[in-house]
Design a binder for this molecule. Structure first.
Ligand SMILES: CC(C)(COP(=O)(O)OP(=O)(O)OC[C@H]1O[C@@H](n2cnc3c(N)ncnc32)[C@H](O)[C@@H]1OP(=O)(O)O)[C@@H](O)C(=O)NCCC(=O)NCCS
Length: 193
């Protein structure tokens, strides 16, 4: 199979959102949600203790842009032009045409369908522009809201990966979801994108 060479993180848009590259000027906005203990509660990263933690994340992401990896988008809400979260590929395996999506949103914006809208847009990009074949996503069992996002975008539950991660001092079982390009093409509804 021909190896794909898609590069970069182009700006994407949905009805309510702009997905754009992060810049170092986003440090305060990232710190605002990164310092809320409820946001990283079921994530592999720790709550931000100072703005330097937000800057480290952004600098890591800027490095990914420089290497032309399809990386991380900041989520900007059009109604107030505020950066309220981020979404991106935790890893991207171009040889096997698959990637894993991860995301986080500031708490005041939960429950409005925003992450479902953002994930749908990134899936469209992954399948239509990057020509990936399989997108994975996973969550800690207690994080059912995230599992619901995966279900709403058409991902299938593939099983519980036992003790998949060692995070914050302990092993965690992880619920594994994925969607194939063929599932995506069959999907009739494309809400808000
Ligand atoms: C998980 C997260 C991204 C969801 O974003 P969001 O914009 O609120 O998601 P949506 O509004 O699109 O959908 C959330 C769905 O989960 C449901 N939900 C929320 N909490 C739930 C819970 N405890 N149990 C079951 N369902 C829940 C909502 O009702 C909604 O489903 P519905 O549309 O059928 O009513 C957001 O809560 C977040 O950023 N959390 C912290 C970071 C995180 O955990 N990231 C994911 C790591 S895997």
């Amino acid at each position: 199979m021909e190896e794909l060479t898609f590069k970069g993180t182009p700006q994407l848009e949905t009805q309510r959102l702009i997905l754009r590259k992060l810049t170092i000027e986003d440090d305060k906005a990232v710190f605002e949600y990164g310092s809320d203990p409820e946001v990283p509660k079921y994530m592999t990263w720790n709550v931000h203790k100072s703005i330097d933690d937000a800057r480290s994340f952004i600098n890591f992401t800027l490095g990914r842009y420089e290497r032309d990896e399809a990386g991380e988008w900041g989520i900007v809400l059009k109604e107030n032009n505020k950066l309220i979260g981020s979404i991106g590929f935790a890893w991207c395996d171009m040889k096997n045409r698959r990637a894993e999506i991860g995301y986080a949103l500031a708490r005041p914006y939960w429950g409005r369908g925003i992450m479902t809208e953002a994930v749908n847009r990134v899936l469209k990009f992954a399948f239509e522009q990057m020509e990936l074949n399989r997108i994975e996503c996973c969550h800690f069992p207690a994080n059912e809201g995230s599992g619901r996002v995966m279900q709403k975008v058409g991902m299938s539950f593939e099983g519980m990966a036992r003790q998949k991660l060692f995070v914050k001092g302990q092993y965690w079982d992880i619920k594994q979801y994925a969607i194939l390009r063929s599932d995506w093409l069959e999907k009739k509804e494309r809400p808000l994108i």
